[in-house]
Design a protein around this ligand. Structure first.
Ligand SMILES: Nc1ncnc2c1ncn2[C@@H]1O[C@H](COP(=O)(O)OP(=O)(O)O)[C@@H](O)[C@H]1O
Ligand SMILES: [Mg+2]
Length: 289
């Protein structure tokens, strides 16, 4: 694993337990169940991955964790304190410590980068316009976008748009950062650079990061631990460090996901082996790859 993240910084006091606990959580839209019986914890300082195939309920879980959708059953706890059973005032206080990058980046296209990043500062702080400009510039520098204040989102590359979204997500110095498919649609190099940035931000902010993703490079590159949501059985069927899951899971759905389906049959490798001795078939195999 690229991150040294499993090694929590030694200058920290011993952790007082999980910073997030998802407890007996059932999630539904009306009568339609999405996932049930979700139970897991996120430890301070780790990069925690929520993974699974498209449509299994990853974004829905994130919405339950950031207060946008109430559970059908169960709860989410922050530092041991119930989120969903708490008074709205307490919920607002807990939310103030969370930063979110929604799926697709979700920048306002009619606003400049600086105006986008300043939104949470305007809404939740009493900072003056000059202070907001200063903090905005600082956050943009942190994500590698120094000087990009006056651009509109459409003028930025996909990777830069995600960085701007990240700058907005960290505007209020969150202790927990939620990122929904941060590198989806980016080229591999930009995706890798974004992963590096996520680790840098985690270290710089001393934050905990929860990442929704199905990108294997990110899962194995930056994930300390992960939970796998299964679309067929509508519950979590694996949890643990990604490399351990890959090595040890006996569940075919998890295996298939973590190997991009390569474990599903020997037919593909047989085709490749045949292709190696038959130039005609080799061309066919190259086209398929
Ligand atoms: N607002 C909604 N109302 C009803 N169903 C929804 C809504 N949002 C998502 N769903 C459904 O819930 C399931 C999980 O969606 P989602 O959490 O977006 O999956 P993922 O993020 O894993 O791709 C899907 O079947 C999706 O169609
Ligand atoms: Mg999603």
């Amino acid at each position: 694993m690229r991150s040294a993240s499993s090694t929590l910084r030694t200058d920290e006091p011993p952790s007082g337990g999980p910073c997030i606990t998802v407890w007996n959580l059932d999630m539904a839209y009306g009568d339609v169940l999405v996932q049930r019986d979700l139970n897991f914890t996120v430890q301070p300082g780790e990069v925690f991955i929520i993974m699974g195939r498209s449509g299994c309920g990853k974004s829905t879980l994130l919405r339950h964790m950031v207060g946008l959708h109430p559970p059908a059953r169960g709860d989410v706890l922050y530092d041991g304190e119930s989120f969903w059973r708490s008074h709205p005032h307490s919920r607002a206080r807990m939310l103030r410590h969370l930063g979110v990058l929604y799926q697709g980046g979700a920048l306002w296209s009619s606003m400049t980068v600086a105006e986008n990043v300043a939104l949470p500062l305007r809404k939740f702080t009493e900072l003056s316009a000059a202070e907001i400009r200063r903090v905005t510039a600082l956050k943009l520098a942190l994500v590698g976008l120094a000087g990009a204040e006056d651009y509109y989102p459409a003028e930025l590359s996909g990777g830069m748009q995600r960085r701007a979204g990240l700058a907005r997500a960290i505007a209020l110095d969150p202790t927990i950062l939620f990122l929904d498919e941060p590198s989806a649609g980016l080229d591999p190099v930009s995706a890798r650079l974004l992963d590096d940035l996520i680790l840098d931000l985690r270290d710089g902010l001393r934050a905990t990061v929860v990442v929704v993703t199905h990108e294997l490079a990110s899962i194995f590159g930056i994930g300390d631990r992960a939970v796998f949501l299964d679309a067929e059985t509508h519950t979590m069927i694996a949890a643990g460090p990604p490399a351990t899951l890959l090595k040890e899971t006996a569940n075919p759905a998890v295996r298939s996901f973590l190997t991009r389906g390569a474990s599903e049959g020997a037919d593909r490798s047989t085709r490749r082996a045949t292709a190696a001795v038959d130039p005609e078939k080799a061309n066919g195999a190259a086209r398929e790859a």
